[in-house]
Design a protein around this ligand. Structure first.
Ligand SMILES: NC(=O)c1ccc[n+]([C@@H]2O[C@H](COP(=O)([O-])OP(=O)(O)OC[C@H]3O[C@@H](n4cnc5c(N)ncnc54)[C@H](O)[C@@H]3O)[C@@H](O)[C@H]2O)c1
Ligand SMILES: O=c1[nH]cnc2c1ncn2[C@@H]1O[C@H](CO)[C@@H](O)[C@H]1O
Ligand SMILES: N[C@@H](CCS)C(=O)O
Length: 417
């Protein structure tokens, strides 16, 4: 089985981590059992570009159990867990990736995965899908379609589809209820603080935490910051989301004002230059900045380098920028998504990725059976509801069913006071 990982001898340690998460991913385990009987992916090659860590390996093993050949690489140069990658290679997956890739190595590894001539792609951020369209067009004919994991990837793919440039169907896995309502909100909320606290060993209680963006991720981050005892300020560009943040109990202000108060600042917008230029000149001394959104552009690192007098690594994943007036500003994990890119970042909890990856597995199977036209599609509600039902069942929770009378009542427009 071809692979290129940092250190294959880390496999036993990675395997233990995979076994641990499997115990907390009951929905994916159930799908794995079904797939191993039905073999829906027999003869199919799946290529993934996802954060490589134990839960993702478990998705790979689920597809493998379904008969697929699986080739995996990372979707971020810093997020790969080397022991999990090594274990994946030993467990029958074609693994390419390591933590700390250069930009060149990152794209090189996507090429190696594509060399397996995949029928189905699973992407996070759409880098692999773009590469196929730009540089590996010879593969387009063989590709049945792709599944996309995250908000930013879907924005990019919709823009591509609007320009008539998207040449195969893509399932917008992020847009499933069982994905964004839980993964983006509770997953990012918890894993962002897990990583910030693990990296800095700092107290959150009593601090002012500024959250830029009050989308699904921002809501989760603000909620958890509040729960940890922080004073939370939200910045937004969307008036409705800003109002929601205010009525959820948070202060709302412009980022240029918020930076003056921030002890900790977290971006989660999917946008560029959210904190930039003069913001660094007005920022409070000692502010710790982290990005939980995408790529490394939300906090403008180039501005930070240009405006500071000195930059050095304090310890793994903490850089300090010393400003001309002596203020120290800290940036975590090079401004890449902190919950995965920092060494301490474990990503979302297993129980959360259980649903996200169940949606991935079932969306890939849906692509195979339906073979839709090129475009960006939400997964059918039946799949979404099925994942929620399986999750409730696994949690031992029962809910009521509508009676015939209630269904008739809800469908009736004549009955009133
Ligand atoms: N770290 C993770 O594990 C993780 C998990 C899920 C999603 N994501 C990524 O996080 C980002 C946000 O995802 P989401 O699902 O919350 O998206 P979303 O669209 O629900 O929310 C983004 C919010 O940011 C706001 N915004 C945009 N530009 C802004 C600016 N300059 N200042 C302040 N607010 C601004 C928007 O108005 C919107 O309310 C995306 O890039 C997504 O891919 C990361
Ligand atoms: O632990 C994890 N393993 C794999 N993917 C993850 C994990 N945590 C979050 N994400 C995924 O990363 C995307 C943003 O790049 C998010 O959409 C989320 O689903
Ligand atoms: N794969 C990209 C998209 C995250 S939303 C990244 O890691 O930054």
């Amino acid at each position: 089985m071809p692979y290129n990982v940092k250190d294959i001898s880390l496999a036993p340690q990675g395997k233990k981590k995979i076994q641990w998460v499997q115990e907390h991913m009951p929905v994916l385990e159930r799908i794995k059992r079904d797939f191993s009987e039905e073999k829906p992916f027999e003869g199919i090659t799946v290529a993934s570009c996802l954060h490589i860590e134990p839960k993702t390996i478990n998705l790979g093993l689920t597809l493998l159990a379904g008969g697929a050949e699986v080739a995996m690489t990372g979707c971020n140069p810093l997020s790969t867990q080397d022991d999990a990658a090594a274990a994946g290679a030993k467990m029958g997956l074609n693994m390419y990736g390591w933590r700390g890739e250069t930009n060149e190595e990152y794209y090189e590894n996507i090429h190696r995965v594509l060399d397996h001539e995949p029928d189905i792609l699973i992407d996070d951020g759409a880098d692999m899908i773009f590469l196929v369209h730009r540089e590996r067009r010879e593969l387009l004919d063989g590709i049945i379609g792709a599944c996309e994991e995250t908000t930013t990837g879907i924005h990019r793919l919709k823009a591509m589809a609007a320009d008539g440039a998207l040449e195969f169907p893509v399932m917008a896995v992020n847009d499933a209820y069982t994905k964004y309502l839980f993964d983006n909100r509770y997953g990012t909320g918890q894993s962002t603080f897990d990583s910030i606290m693990g990296t800095t060993n700092m107290l959150i209680a009593g601090k002012t935490v500024v959250v830029c963006g009050y989308g699904w991720c921002g809501r989760g981050i603000a909620l958890r910051a509040q729960g940890l005892g922080a004073n939370v300020i939200v910045t937004e560009v969307n008036p409705i989301r800003a109002l929601e943040a205010r009525m959820d109990g948070f202060r709302v202000m412009k980022v240029s004002e918020a930076v003056k108060h921030a002890d900790i600042l977290v971006t989660a917008t999917g946008n560029t230059d959210v904190v930039a230029g003069d913001d660094f000149m007005n920022m409070k001394d000692g502010c710790v900045m982290a990005n939980a959104g995408h790529f490394n552009v939300e906090i403008n690192r180039k501005d930070l380098e240009r405006l500071s007098e000195e930059k050095r690594l304090v310890k793994e994943d903490i850089e300090v920028f010393i400003m001309p007036d002596g203020r120290k500003l800290y940036l975590l994990a090079e401004g890449r998504l902190v919950n995965l890119a920092s060494e301490r970042g474990q990503g979302h909890p297993a129980e959360i990725m259980d649903m996200s990856f169940a949606m991935q597995a079932l969306s890939a199977r849906h692509l195979l059976s339906e073979k839709p036209e090129p475009g960006v599609y939400r997964a059918p509600d039946e799949i979404d509801m099925r994942v929620a039902e399986m999750k409730l069942e696994a949690m031992g929770i029962q809910i009521d069913e509508l009676t015939e009378k209630q269904i008739r009542y809800l469908e009736n427009w004549e009955e009133g006071t």
